[in-house]
Design a binder for this molecule. Structure first.
Ligand code: FES
Length: 160
């Protein structure tokens, strides 16, 4: 991690106005912003750690925890919940063998729940890396996850 951070901070030390750009580069490099990286940014840019955290936690584009290549987000807001969103959480847990916010061993999958994705009339809603899937049910989610796995295996086979 330190080498990548060194590269990102090159030419930006002691420049507090660079904090958002630096956090963007860290997000791009690691897929999230590790706490250790926030501490380094604070020290090297001369920005209080609380301010680095405030910026990192304010913008939705920044993730503070590690996540899989495919982040599955299941809406558990009221409208989706009454249409069976809990069954989608159960499906994801069973099919992926993970708890919410865990990352699969291969680094491909994680899932989380949120309170509303802003498309209540079309619920239950699931997103994968920001792409919306509406009127979801466990069978549709199972096929979606299966298709993501197959796409990954296909791209692996093309590489070999
Ligand atoms: S409650 Fe699910 S999109 Fe609003």
């Amino acid at each position: 991690m330190q080498t990548a951070l060194e590269q990102i901070l090159k030419g930006r030390r002691s420049q507090p106005h660079q904090v958002i750009e630096v956090l963007h580069d860290i997000q791009d490099s690691f897929g999230y912003i590790p706490e250790e990286a926030m501490r380094t940014v604070s020290k090297e840019l001369g920005v209080p750690l609380i301010e680095v955290y405030r910026v990192a936690s304010f913008y939705k584009a920044f993730k503070l925890t590690k996540q899989g290549k495919y982040l599955i987000t299941i809406c558990m807001g009221t409208a989706c919940h009454v249409r069976g969103a809990k069954l989608l959480m159960d499906q994801a847990a069973t099919q992926l063998g993970l708890k919410p916010n865990d990352v699969s061993d291969d680094g491909l999958f994680s899932y989380q729940h949120v309170n509303c994705l802003g498309a209540c009339a079309l619920g239950p809603i699931v997103t994968v890396n920001g792409t919306y899937y509406h009127h979801m049910n466990p069978a549709k989610l199972r096929r979606l996850i299966k298709s993501l796995k197959q796409a990954e295996e296909g791209s692996k086979n093309e590489e070999n």
